[in-house]
Design a protein around this ligand. Structure first.
Ligand code: ADP
Ligand code: MG
Length: 455
């Protein structure tokens, strides 16, 4: 194949050029220079006009003679200036975090531009809570952002869904730009890389594609597991990798698994392991709490510690879900104009948080789940109103408390706004009858039990 051959020739030419230049001159004059080969041309792409002239004054002959040695006498050498630095970020589609806006409606961004800037603000190192599960990954990411290409190249970040890989990837980009605004960065999902590649082939514009991906300082590529089984794009990634790595341009990759578990060719898998592998594990409970506290700080209303504890205890292995849970609770409270309480958290998160099997649900959890299912508020469950579906919801809660917990009739009554034991008994009997008579109703009760972790 012509392509790998050209890559080798290019590598040899660069090695030879390097051996003819002193190390200090090389790092001053050649480190920012990119050399591209096509069939008929050798392009020397310098970062500035000044660089280009200096190279031509001092190395024109050397470069010309190497070009004819390695590529033949009819190759033309062109001196070009790199286009202005790239700062391309693609914004991931994820739920909007709790924000400092007044109401939940206002927290939903109304334009994609606004959404972009929100993500820009959010995915930075300052917003990343560190704990034992992500300390190495964060340290490596910060080192790479500070000196791209010099520490760990590539940096390969891997871990399960929702653990902060994309967050760190973007943070590297933002921080590298803040430190050196002229850094040219491409920060994209593997899917976009793939789409650009396919597009390049379809339009016969592969040179554009190559130029786009091989003349940058920092390639941040998210979710490389996407490439598995896509042989052609893997081949292209291989060459992109080589082209960047050769000039000490930084590559950062994220993946949902370590390289050894990736179904890709060995030559690429081994390159992924050349630098540093850093895994991100599920956060421990202190880290989860710290993350929740950070988000709670943005919420318009104070969120009781008991609610944060409850969420941190129950949502253990996905930070996106952790945030989602908090958003759900705060948004519901704001919409329903109810205070944020533990009961409300139980009610809103019943789907996400099944009671561990073997343990009976609490009365509060039962009441919350029933209230949510019937669309009534917890205050009304305890209140005096006798309208439907409130009465039925209340009686179902009585029935479930009676059958799923050890609570006495008076205790159940107390949980439901201080009703007496005969009211509770009446409710339990009525629901028992309905279950026996109406299969659809029985099904609904079974569903509620399932939500409470009873199977
Ligand atoms: P992944 O790419 O690993 O699936 P993301 O980077 O998209 O996960 O993270 C999911 C959500 O959790 C994002 O909103 C991110 O900001 C947040 N997040 C992840 N890790 C942390 C952390 N250590 N501190 C604060 N927020 C975090
Ligand atoms: Mg991600």
């Amino acid at each position: 194949m012509a392509e790998p051959h050209r890559v080798t020739r290019r590598a040899e030419l660069i090695a030879s050029l390097r051996s003819n230049v002193s190390p200090s001159k090389w790092s001053t004059w050649f480190s920012g220079v990119h050399i591209e080969l096509t069939e008929q041309t050798l392009d020397v792409v310098a970062p500035s006009d000044f660089h280009s002239h200096w190279l031509q004054d001092h190395y024109r002959e050397l470069i010309a003679s190497l070009a004819s040695d390695y590529l033949g006498t009819d190759v033309a050498v062109r001196y070009l200036i790199a286009s202005p630095p790239l700062k391309e970020f693609e914004f991931p589609a994820i739920p909007v975090p709790p924000s400092s806006d007044r109401s939940p409606e206002a927290a939903v961004p109304d334009s994609s531009l606004e959404r972009s800037s929100r993500y820009l603000d959010k995915y930075v190192f300052d917003n990343f809570v560190v704990g034992p599960s992500n300390r190495l990954a964060l340290a490596a990411a910060m080192a790479v952002a500070e000196k791209p290409g010099q520490h760990y190249n590539p940096l390969f970040l891997y871990g399960g869904a929702g653990l902060g890989k994309t967050h760190l990837l973007y943070a590297i980009g933002h921080s590298a730009l803040a430190i050196r605004p002229d850094t040219s960065i491409r920060c994209i999902s593997s899917e976009t890389f793939f789409n650009n590649f396919v597009d390049g082939i379809r339009r016969k514009r592969m040179d554009d594609f190559k130029h786009r991906y091989r003349t940058i300082d920092l390639l941040l590529l998210d979710d490389v597991q996407f490439f598995q089984g896509k042989e052609q794009v893997l081949e292209e990634l291989f060459h992109t990798f080589n082209a960047l790595h050769q000039y000490d341009k930084q590559i950062v990759l994220t993946c949902d698994r370590p390289p050894k578990d990736l179904g890709i060719e060995e030559r690429l898998r081994s390159r992924f392991q050349w630098g540093l592998l850093a895994d991100i594990g599920p956060p421990d409970v202190e880290t989860r709490l710290a993350i929740l506290r950070r988000y709670a700080g943005y919420a318009p209303k104070q969120i009781p510690d008991a609610v944060l504890d409850f969420i941190a205890q129950h949502i253990t292995d996905n930070i996106r879900e952790l945030e989602g849970a908090l958003t759900k609770v705060t948004a519901f409270a704001a919409l329903a104009q109810e205070p944020i309480t533990l009961e409300l958290a139980h009610e809103q998160l019943a789907d996400l948080i099944p009671t561990p099997s073997g343990q009976p649900p609490t009365a509060a959890a039962i009441i919350a789940v029933v209230a949510a299912s019937y669309g009534v508020s917890l205050t009304d469950m305890e209140g005096p109103s006798r309208r439907e579906p409130l009465v039925t919801a209340r009686q179902i809660a009585m029935y479930l408390c009676r059958t799923l917990t050890e609570l006495s009739l008076p205790k159940i009554g107390k949980h439901l706004g201080g009703r007496d034991h005969s009211t509770v008994l009446h409710g339990v009997k009525k629901i028992t009858r309905l279950i026996a008579a109406d299969p659809q109703f029985a099904h609904r009760i079974a569903d509620l039990s399932k939500k409470l972790g009873i199977t």
